[in-house]
Design a binder for this molecule. Structure first.
Ligand SMILES: Cc1cc2nc3c(=O)[nH]c(=O)nc-3n(C[C@H](O)[C@H](O)[C@H](O)COP(=O)(O)O)c2cc1C
Length: 175
């Protein structure tokens, strides 16, 4: 499948089957994140793999958005390793988002459903994963097999037209 088709077919999965993600696939997903570009090649992204049943259950006390996924990747960055730009500030969240996106699309290309989750209790998550103070959790990436009830939510179909988001040459000049 070409990339645009993969991007168009992706949607947020909120009905996972609970079936395990095999280790070879987990490693492919992590490798896709490792290959991500990063600002000044700082590679500040850090990932915690959560695939143990008990730990996944404890994760449910940190977020209500697991939806039965058998794999959750906590995507963080090391605040001491991110590139600091003079006026725009740190690029940790940008680098982390790029790495997370590459992992998401690798998972999708392997046939899994995915869900990006920013809705979590940071303190509880820090405690569960024993995150040091300088490691900032940005997102959880839920990965798992889609269930038979899998279907995109209404918001998936609401995309602004390019005419509202893209300018040509100068801001506001329609593409
Ligand atoms: C940074 C980010 C955080 C998100 N956090 C959540 C979340 O906490 N819970 C959830 O159910 N969906 C979450 N989503 C999914 C969005 O709601 C979803 O991408 C959007 O509604 C478009 O739908 P689609 O992904 O099916 O195309 C998040 C998406 C992004 C990019």
């Amino acid at each position: 499948m070409d990339f645009l088709e993969l991007a168009k077919n992706r949607y947020s999965e909120r009905r996972f089957s609970g079936e395990r993600v095999n280790l070879q696939d987990v490693n492919r997903i992590l490798e896709a994140g490792r290959q991500a570009p990063s600002c000044v090649n700082k590679q500040c992204t850090r990932v915690v793999v959560i695939d143990d049943d008990d730990e996944l259950e404890r994760l449910d006390s940190c977020t209500r958005f697991r939806f039965g996924a058998a794999l959750s990747l906590c995507v963080c960055y090391d605040t001491h390793s991110e590139w600091e730009q003079r006026t725009l500030g740190g690029y940790g969240k940008v680098d982390t988002s790029i790495a997370m996106t590459q992992m998401m699309y690798e998972a999708e290309s392997l046939g899994y459903g995915t869900l990006i989750v920013a809705g979590f209790d940071e303190e509880r998550l820090r405690e569960l994963l024993k995150l040091p103070d300088d490691i900032l959790p940005v997102m959880l990436l839920m990965v798992g097999c889609r269930s038979e009830q899998s279907t995109p939510a209404r918001l998936h179909f609401e995309r602004m037209p390019l005419s509202e988001t893209v300018s040509h040459g100068v801001y506001g000049n329609p593409w």
